[in-house]
Design a protein. Structure first.
Length: 289
């Protein structure tokens, strides 16, 4: 049972961390987040199913186009639901992005249907036995991919021109603008990247869960909780919180049953934030007066 808890916990935890990393990217660059992030998880899985299974396209091409669709949705969210409000100093983008997620969920519901469907994967057809526990190979691949992407993004931020531009905008948007950086385009890129991360998470978990219009709803909520728990301004904290969250969730489910999972896990989050209001690796904001 311990093996199953570790594998499923790390797998789900890395996916929570991956989606939460999307929250971190947009927050770090623009001080805003996309609350439709969970819906983008659904979008990635549904587009891959529609293109790869329904239309019969090669799955690699379906995956690439699905992620491109997620990136496009991220750009639309930033341009129509975030930028107009943020430019006026309004926090209405909070409700606007929530509404955008609801619109996307219902669009998927009306076009894709209510019936859950299975996204085929050669890594999720036959379990292998590890220490007496049957585990799908995809469950071993998920944490590897999730953690690798997290480190890749960290490397991009620190060692590439795009990363330096994103960091410059994050530190001081006005100074970055004076240096010739297109701040609007940079923020749009951050939202596109955030949506791609959510889409990748959707593609990875879809073969293990049923593809439906509700796939990403609770997933997005948990990912936001992970982002806050880790300290939304810290990429490392977000990933660490995701792994811890996944392990606790898997442990509670295995020992107490799924009935108590959300009750116990969110109670632990409340306790953790009471002790660490800024998150595991977050830092309190300092305002000079």
């Amino acid at each position: 049972m311990l093996t199953s808890i570790l594998v499923s916990g790390l797998g789900l935890g890395s996916m929570y961390g991956l989606v939460a990393l999307g929250f971190h990217v947009t927050y770090a660059v623009s001080g805003t987040v996309n609350f439709a992030q969970g819906s983008v998880v659904t979008l990635g899985a549904v587009l891959a199913y529609a293109l790869g299974v329904t239309l019969g396209w090669p799955m690699p091409a379906a995956i690439v186009l699905a992620l491109a669709g997620c990136a496009l949705f991220g750009l639309v969210v930033e341009r129509t639901l975030v930028r107009p409000f943020a430019a006026r100093g309004s926090d209405a983008w909070l409700l606007a992005t929530v509404a955008g997620g609801i619109v996307l969920d219902n669009t998927v519901l009306f076009t894709f249907g209510k019936e859950p469907r299975s996204l085929p994967s050669p890594l999720a057809t036959r379990p292998v036995e590890i220490l007496g526990t049957g585990i799908y190979p995809l469950q071993l691949v998920i944490p590897v991919v999730g953690i690798a992407l997290a480190f890749a993004i960290r490397t991009v931020f620190r060692r590439t021109d795009l990363g330096r531009v994103l960091l410059a905008v994050a530190q001081n948007a006005d100074a970055a603008r004076l240096m010739g950086i297109d701040v609007r385009r940079t923020v749009a890129c951050a939202f596109a990247l955030s949506a791609v991360l959510a889409g990748i998470a959707g593609l990875l978990i879809a073969p293990l869960f049923s593809v439906s219009a509700e796939l990403g709803t609770l997933f997005g909520l948990k990912a936001f909780a992970v982002a806050i728990l880790g300290g939304i301004g810290s990429a490392t904290g977000v990933i660490l919180a995701g792994l811890l969250y996944g392990l606790v969730e898997a442990g509670v489910t295995a020992t107490l049953g799924s009935t108590y999972t959300q009750l116990v896990v969110f109670s632990v989050i409340i306790l953790a934030l009471t002790l660490r209001p800024d998150g595991l690796l977050g830092r309190a904001a300092v305002n000079k007066v």
